[in-house]
Design a binder for this molecule. Structure first.
Ligand code: CO8
Length: 260
């Protein structure tokens, strides 16, 4: 697939995915969603990558929401379908076996904030602003916002943000636990890369399993404790854990990857 709305740059084992519609503050239309789905389901080779960074083009916005111009001609069925398509794509980001970091460089609103929340971690620049302004449009969130915002910041805070459509600062988002770091905009991608490089020095199988297990907590059909015991059993005998344990006992740094 030819990417027309997303820039993909792979460097040093890290895929930088930039939503590239700066004139519309990187708003997500159906084409962007299709391209994101293709990247995460068909294109990116997670075996060879250390991690993925998702960011927005320009200095003003991460993603200012779903593209509002596409709402004009949607009927009930089309609305439901476009929402389900978004859920599927964002779920594939959330279940990605390597770390996915949202580098939030400005407005993170509506469907854009929902994209950020489907990433495993969120770091933001000082100018970032966050919100779920759908009720201003007489709409509810459609890309998982009512579910993931509660998971990240709790019901009371989520309810207030969703019902008031308030836009909050990076400091408030940090206080709420929506993001984990604030940095100056020029250092944002370097901070995201540094986080991925730190994680990539650990065992890749253990990282993939940990992501799966943390997600299992929020899966109503999964028993996270049972799954954890199963995955612990699987990892304990692996080449990776043999190397990790031996390295500790031999007082040396574990070597989990060819490039580490
Ligand atoms: N969709 C389409 N275009 C947008 C969007 C958007 N979400 N946000 C900004 N733009 C466009 C503007 O229309 C403008 O275009 P133009 O230059 O052609 O007039 C350009 O980007 C620049 O924007 P502004 O001039 O408005 O910039 P400001 O600095 O004055 O304001 C704001 C920035 C505050 C971010 C403002 O643009 C804004 O309020 N944007 C809309 C934010 C919003 O409501 N987002 C939520 C959308 S709804 C949603 O995301 C639902 C998700 C679930 C969908 C489910 C399936 C369908």
């Amino acid at each position: 697939m030819e990417l027309k709305n997303i820039l993909l740059d792979i460097e040093d084992g890290i895929a930088l995915v930039t939503i590239n519609r700066p004139k519309a503050l990187n708003a997500i239309n159906d084409d962007v969603m299709t391209e994101l789905g293709w990247l995460f389901n068909d294109h990116l080779d997670f075996q060879s990558l250390k991690g993925v960074i998702i960011t927005g083009s320009g200095e003003k916005a991460f993603v200012a929401g779903a593209d509002i111009t596409q709402f004009k001609n949607l009927d009930k069925q089309a609305g439901c379908e476009i929402s389900r398509k978004g859920h599927k794509v964002y779920n594939s980001i959330e279940s990605c076996p390597i770390p996915v970091i949202a580098a939030i460089n400005g407005f993170s609103l509506g469907g854009g904030n929902e994209l950020a929340m489907s990433c495993h971690m969120r770091i933001a620049s000082t100018n970032a602003r966050f919100g779920q302004p759908e009720v201003n449009l007489g709409l509810v969130p459609g890309y998982g916002g009512t579910q993931r915002l509660i998971q990240l910041i709790g019901k009371g805070r989520a309810m207030e943000l969703l019902l008031t459509a308030d836009i909050i600062s990076a400091e408030k988002a940090l206080e709420y636990g929506l993001i984990t770091h604030i940095v100056e905009q020029e250092g944002l991608l370097a901070a995201a890369r540094s986080l991925i490089n730190k994680i990539s020095s650990k065992g890749p199988l253990a990282i993939a399993r940990t992501i799966e297990l943390v997600n299992a907590y929020f899966d109503k059909n999964a028993n996270g404790f049972m799954k954890e015991a199963d995955r612990f059993g699987e990892t304990i005998g692996s080449d990776e854990s043999t190397e990790g344990v031996n390295a500790f006992l031999e007082k040396r740094k574990a070597k989990f990857r060819n490039d580490s």
